[in-house]
Design a protein around this ligand. Sequence first.
Ligand code: SAM
Length: 591
Amino acid sequence: MLFSPSAYAIDDNSISLQQGEVKEAGAAEALKLQAIGTLADLASKQTPVDAFLFDSSRYSKWQSSEEQHFMALYYDAVTVLTSGQGQGSLKSRIYGSSSLKSKPAQVFALISETAKYDDLLKEVLDNAGLLKDEPKSGIAAPAKHPIRQAFEGHKARLQAEFTRARLRRKCPNIESLKKVLAEEKGLLRKLHPRWARINALTVTDVQSVVKVLPQSSQVDKLSNIFDIRGKGHGYCTDEHIPNLLAFSPEVDLTNTIAYKSGQVILQDKASCFPAYLLLGNENSGDIGDIIDGCAAPGNKTTHVAAIMSAKDLNGRIFACERDAKRSQTLQSMVTRASAEKKVDVLARQDFLALKPEDARFRCVTHLLLDPSCSGSGILGREDIPRLSLPKDPRAAANNNSNSQAMTQLKKRKRDDEDIRLVEMDLEQDAAADEEAAAIPATEERLLKLSNLQSRIVEHAMRFPAAVKITYSTCSIHEQENEVVVSRVLASKIAKERGWRVLPRESQVDGMKRWKHRGVRNRDSKNDANTLDDEHLEACIRCYPEDDQRTMGFFVCGFIRCAGARNSKRNGESTLKGSNEEDDEEWEGFDS
Ligand SMILES: C[S@@+](CC[C@H](N)C(=O)[O-])C[C@H]1O[C@@H](n2cnc3c(N)ncnc32)[C@H](O)[C@@H]1O
């Protein structure tokens, strides 16, 4: 029997195997076949699962190291799926494994992509009777590349069955087949757009950029970007965040000049909330300098810079990052977004070690805090597959002897290489975030995280001129969200300095209109969420896989009451140039 679709269930971004099912003869080999097909699909980036079926010859020319890389990747996938069933989610099994030769992110992407097409592959393989012919050891053969050889041996039969499977679904072409398969699996409901923020630091006219992007026709509803029935995908302008566009996930913007030159930044919609909430409503008189306390890889930092530029605000942005490697990514991202003139990267700097009374931070009025969290809102790679694959070496043979063309080519390659390095950094950061998300969110872990998160917000409240803070996480857990807000509001420093939550009615328009607000006692068992209804209204939540199609996210704004801002005890009044004559003591609010 083949690897049966009933042997696993795709649920909540994880695939869990039911014990025993995959031990059937040939199951592992069938999965290897599925893996090859899907891998071929991802490698070609233009045709779906049949890429290998129709053109397996292309892979026979590949260098052995690349072949080995491919082989290791799907052997790893088989290992993951056939061992450790019932021991945690797919993600935790991959990221927790010490025996994989390939990158965990690639193995995850391979399996989740394969899972999309397993029904079709099963049908094709079943009908081709492939495993029936090789009953003992599946389709494996002993020579150099057994799976490919076995596959090629049955190619004609597989091709015929594949065509029949397509025609049975009344699909005139591969593109429509992909769509039907996605519908069969209910994947369309789960599809996540490719969110793209147009960078106001380099672009003044959004339309001029959109014109040169793939899928440049505008659709009116978000759900219509997924409507690919022969009409093209189009893009949709977001209704909450300025300069944010949604594309179909199949649209690859990373190859465009606009992306490479930093005019377009790929950033989930929810991740755009904090900077917009922090600055969207502010005028030049309200703002001094800004600290992004936990900045890498820099999406929110560059968003802050873009809003400041669009509003013609003068302050500086201090972008603080504790981790050395991620500090480099942050610097690259700041450069790529053309934000260097506005941003001082404080590399390897623990935000908690910054001294609020340091003269450098005298004029810091706004702080954005997006600390490490459980990452439970991060969408799995089955929603956003990102797989780096070796390049087809034949593409490189396309050389030109003309020296001018060669020079241009070299330059482009250098540029591409730079982009690739930043991409790799971002990819590794994303993988690390996913890795963190794969660690079980035990009560103990959530409590530790929430302790640290509360400390970070309370530390921000100590900056003498600070008047506004946003706190955000990509977690769906109350313990890291509303509970942190409760704890912070109850803290000594918040009371002393007159901090309170930014009420919904004072929020910038797009955030005021956002429908998902804070929750109480959904998962916290310790009654630590003491927020009243008004506080909950002030909190903003995002849920993965609802009709808004964002990742899971939380953000809350804090502001300082007017009376407290003028208190001399708290340092300077609010902004640059304040005088220091008033010596009265601020006693703080009671609650
Ligand atoms: C969730 S990520 C931030 C994502 C970032 N805001 C963005 O939008 O691209 C959290 C980052 O904060 C850093 N971090 C955590 N605690 C920190 C601290 N105490 N000081 C400085 N950086 C910290 C982590 O290394 C990590 O890079």
